[in-house]
Design a protein around this ligand. Structure first.
Ligand code: AMP
Length: 394
């Protein structure tokens, strides 16, 4: 892995592929700066080494030049977050873009217009990549969130830089964190999987069975397993088409010596709402008219004890419908157990979608070893796939 430290940035113009695909409100204001803050260390490092920075990113999924998705809308927030004066170019390729980029002096930052104003970006177009490559003299990829897509500005552009290309600090951290689970995990290694459906996690479960010692299954996908082993799931979310598959996974885990931990009890509601009446059931005996919406108190205790014994922990997916405060306790407790284990020396990685949202919502962010910034990219990494944006840098 070629990192920033292995490249001399003095008087170089670094094209940095960042992920500034930030959430915007109806007034087109940035509502969460996490992604901008995540790019700061790379930009600050290159500037401090005497280079200049050309920031390229996408924002949303524009069909053509949609003004609402212009990066000009966010550039003052970027400037403010980075603490650096930056300039903006209304194009990302062509004469105007190249002129603005080549005029940069060491210490200056230029942000280009939304890459996805050109459909060639997502098509991974060779010529578009070549034009982009003319903006600078070094290429740095720091956009983990799009590393799983073979886009022009991630995977294709890298070929124009032979040795003058490298991982940004964020991308480096993400890859090292994944390696700590998938390649260099210290046993006992635990994966805590939750979320709504088994069907969306199949490849992850299969891939993790080769990596972990323990697997906790929580959230809505539990009920497919419970149904498969002969339990009564009441009105809980259940994918009947996947019961067979759930049995296959349980068998495969046994063959591989992976211990699967299912909940013992469940907090059910008589309606899918925060104000539903609540009742605790044994996980195998949920009555009709009730649906499992969170793990129960005995389960929280059981999972807590296991989590504290593990040295490497991956968490993907909530334990219940955490968006409803009355059914969030299981997810909060699991988060707290993982933070306690982390405090005791375990390595914890929270990755992929809703568990990241839950950790942020419940103020546990600083208590985990690493929280991934990339949903889809993290999921594909956990599936054991090589990401095109990353392999292109080697
Ligand atoms: P995923 O994107 O697959 O990780 O699923 C996350 C979603 O699963 C969240 O919106 C949760 O509300 C939902 N979820 C978790 N547990 C349950 C459950 N027991 N029943 C229905 N939905 C659930």
């Amino acid at each position: 892995m070629r990192t920033l430290k292995q490249v001399n940035f003095k008087n170089e113009r670094a094209i940095i592929r960042v992920d500034f695909n930030v959430p915007l409100n109806s007034k087109i204001q940035v509502t969460d700066r996490t992604r901008i803050e995540a790019a700061k260390p790379t930009i600050a490092y290159i500037l401090s080494e005497g280079g200049s920075c050309i920031l390229i990113s996408h924002l949303g999924r524009p069909k053509g030049r949609d003004p609402k998705l212009s990066l000009e809308n966010i550039y003052s927030t970027v400037s403010d977050t980075l603490g650096v004066q930056i300039s903006f170019c209304k194009e990302c390729i062509g004469e105007e873009a190249e002129a603005a980029a080549s005029a940069l002096k060491p210490g200056q930052v230029l942000m280009m217009e939304n890459l996805r104003y050109h459909k060639q970006e997502t098509e991974g177009d060779f010529n578009f990549s070549k034009q982009l490559s003319k903006l600078g003299t070094v290429y740095v990829n720091d956009a983990f969130g799009t590393a799983h897509r073979p886009h022009a500005s991630t995977a294709i552009i890298a070929q124009f830089f032979e040795n003058k290309k490298c991982f940004g600090k964020l991308l480096e951290k993400e890859v090292l964190a994944i390696d700590k689970i998938m390649k260099k995990g210290v046993a006992p290694i635990l994966a805590v999987l939750g979320g709504a459906k088994v069907s969306s996690k199949i490849t992850i479960i299969e891939s993790l069975l080769d990596k972990v010692n323990h697997l906790i299954i929580g959230g809505g996908m539990v009920y497919t397993f419970i149904k498969a082993i002969g339990g009564r799931v009441g009105d809980s979310i259940c994918e009947l088409d996947y019961c067979e598959y759930a049995l296959h996974l349980l068998k495969k885990a046994k063959q591989k010596g992976v211990v699967i931990h299912l909940p013992l009890d469940v907090l059910a509601g008589d309606d899918f709402s925060n104000d539903a009446n609540q009742k605790i059931f044994n996980i195998m005996e949920i009555d009709d008219g009730w649906e499992g919406m969170d793990v129960g108190p005995r389960t929280i205790k059981k999972f807590h004890d296991l989590i504290l014994k593990c040295k490497t922990i991956l968490w993907n997916g909530p334990m219940g419908v955490f968006e409803f405060s009355n059914f969030a306790k299981g997810t909060i407790s699991i988060g707290e157990s993982i933070s306690e284990s982390t405090k005791g020396g375990a390595f914890s990685l929270v990755g992929g979608g809703d568990s990241v949202a839950a950790v942020k919502q419940f103020g546990l962010e600083s208590k985990m070893s690493y929280i991934s910034t990339g949903g889809g990219a993290m999921l594909e990494s956990l599936e054991g796939k090589t990401l095109p944006g990353i392999s292109a840098l080697y």
